[in-house]
Ligand binder design. Structure first.
Ligand SMILES: [Zn+2]
Length: 116
């Protein structure tokens, strides 16, 4: 993945939510903000702030995660990921179907699942 010299101005939107009103970047500051959302992601979340691969990732393949794996706020954005399973909206964990939650089992932030 090629990284621009400076993060985009809106990069703050790409931080990880890890408590009800707290967000930050991942374990390695500055990296997570470059990872795009997908409704068919190849990465998920472990230990609140770590983006980890959910499957083998091919060389040159874009690294993605589903923002709903960490987010449970009123944040909403139109999704244009282009996957056949695209939900059309990037949003909160509470918007995920039981089917998607099951597919992501083990890769959803524990702050969202610890009381589930
Ligand atoms: Zn999508």
């Amino acid at each position: 993945m090629l990284l621009p010299a400076e993060p985009p101005l809106r990069a703050g939107r790409y931080a990880i939510q890890f408590e009800r009103y707290r967000w930050r970047d991942g374990k390695i500051d500055g990296i997570v903000r470059y990872i795009d959302h997908s409704c068919e992601p190849n990465c998920g979340i472990k230990n609140l702030l770590c983006v980890v691969a959910m499957r083998d990732i091919e060389a040159g393949e874009e690294i993605t995660w589903d923002y709903a794996m960490t987010e449970d706020s009123d944040f909403r954005m139109e999704c244009k990921c282009g996957n056949s399973s695209c939900r059309g909206i990037v949003g909160a964990y509470s918007m995920l179907s039981q089917e998607v939650r099951k597919k992501y089992n083990g890769y959803i932030s524990e702050w969202l699942t610890r009381n589930a």
